[in-house]
Write a protein that binds this ligand. Structure first.
Ligand code: TRP
Length: 437
């Protein structure tokens, strides 16, 4: 199977120059290399988790689609689609949800950060947290597993989600005894997100230091560049290029020869104002033609729509058969005469004895252990607390015969029957714990 590379981008907001350098440009270049099959999609279901303003959702997915196309994504070579056009993804999400342990979701960074913020603010830990945020990693796992992607290029902050997708895939494969899903691997790009912003910190909307990509047109680009913070050396004074974020931004668009030339000019006293003009010319040479394509696409959304519908058709042609196999694996099958395996599972289960807890008219709490055929094996004495009965049951399940001497129970059957039953109980408990992971 050819190497499958897949990545998604959450459609909230618009893309800035840092996203272009860190993600878009790279992904497009990678998709042109022979040998890999690339999937790019707009994670618009993920966007709903962060945003409940329909107009922003609508605008963002259109703008981001137009950005990718304008930047040169070759849709004849890659599968380019909107997550929400693939109904197989939410369906797979549910199948995966059913094998995902809640404890693992509790440990997801995004959810934990929200809980921590609530706790720090003295709020209820789950205040304002939706099930969408909580289940976010499962939807993301479905995005990836749906296409059996091998490699997922993401920023560092997403690495945990890829680990979770691996775990979920593994658990599904193991539970249903079929190697249905490829275990994906993150490819973490250290350089990703490294483009500095106007003030030298990482370029990010949350720092309000971004250089827009297409938003606001040529004018906005020029204005943003004029606001790049520099030191106060005067024209004619030699400039320090090491550590200058203006130079770093320049480098992201320059050839090695251009980089050298720019440094030499700055060392020779080029003014920061002129340096910004050169930077602007350099960036605009690359993205100016894209901006024109962008504007043309934004004026003709139906063209983008058509491209995306084609992408969705390609994606669904891959997703549908895999989903069909997943449904089959879990037992959501066309009706047919039942096969033998059902009986076998029942038999395996039936060898495990079971506890029953109850309360008598005397007000006390009791428990008893019954063999699968209903034979009484152990009978407890009356306990004043229900919790105490529960604790003994838990301990007997864990320790089996080892807990017998201390437990408030009497044997109701011969050792030859009770002892193997307790062993089976402990074995079942270990098995259940292993499945929970
Ligand atoms: N969660 C990712 C982000 O915010 C976007 C995303 C959604 C994604 N589904 C994905 C990335 C699947 C890679 C693969 O950056």
């Amino acid at each position: 199977m050819t190497l499958r590379v897949l990545t998604g981008i959450t459609t909230t907001g618009t893309l800035h120059l840092g996203n272009y350098v860190g993600a878009v440009r790279r992904a497009i270049a990678a998709s042109r290399e022979p040998g890999a099959e690339s999937f790019f999609f707009m994670a618009d279901y993920h966007a709903l988790i962060k945003c409940d303003e329909p107009a922003r959702i609508e605008a963002s997915r259109l703008q981001i689609a137009a950005t990718w196309l304008a930047a040169g994504l070759d849709t004849s070579r890659v599968v380019f689609y909107r997550q929400s056009d693939i109904p197989e993804i939410p369906e797979l999400t549910w199948l995966l949800t059913c094998v995902t342990s809640k404890g693992q979701m509790n440990r997801a960074h995004a959810y934990k950060a929200s809980v921590d913020a609530n706790v720090a603010a003295g709020e209820d830990p789950d205040a304002g947290i939706t099930m969408g945020l909580y289940s976010y990693p499962i939807l993301m796992a479905a995005d990836i597993l749906m296409f059996n992607a091998h490699r997922v290029p993401v920023g560092k902050d997403q690495a945990q989600h890829i680990e979770m997708a691996r775990d979920v895939a593994q658990r599904f494969n193991h539970t249903f005894k079929e190697e249905l899903f490829v275990l994906p691997e993150a490819s973490i790009d250290e350089e990703m997100e490294l483009l500095p912003g106007l003030d030298g910190r990482k370029m990010s909307k949350s720092y309000d230091n971004v250089i827009p990509l297409f938003e606001g047109g040529a004018k906005a680009l020029r204005e943003a560049i004029s606001k790049i913070v520099t030191d106060s050396r005067l024209p004619g004074e030699p400039k320090e290029t090491e550590g200058s974020h203006l130079v770093q931004i320049y480098d992201a668009f320059a050839t090695p020869a251009q980089r050298q030339e720019f440094r030499a000019a700055l060392h020779a006293g080029l003014s920061w104002g002129e340096a910004k003009d050169r930077l602007h010319a350099l960036i605009d040479a690359e993205i100016g033609p894209m901006r024109q394509r962008y504007d043309a696409l934004m004026a003709n959304p139906e063209k983008i729509e058509a491209i995306l519908m084609e992408g969705a058709a390609k994606a669904r042609a891959i997703a549908a058969p895999l989903l069909a196999r997943a449904r089959e694996a879990v037992g959501l099958r066309r009706f047919q005469p039942l096969a033998a395996p059902v009986a076998t599972t029942a038999k395996v289960k039936s060898t495990v004895p079971a506890f029953k807890q109850y309360r008598e008219n005397d007000g006390l709490f009791y428990f008893k252990l019954l063999a699968a055929d209903g034979t009484l094996l152990l009978q407890s004495t009356g306990l004043s607390q229900g919790k105490e009965a529960g604790q003994w049951v838990a301990r007997l399940k864990r320790e089996g015969a080892a807990a017998l001497a201390e437990a408030p129970v009497s044997k109701a059957a011969a050792d030859e029957v009770v002892m193997p039953a307790l062993e089976a109980l402990v074995a079942a408990e270990i098995e259940a714990a292993a499945q929970k992971g």
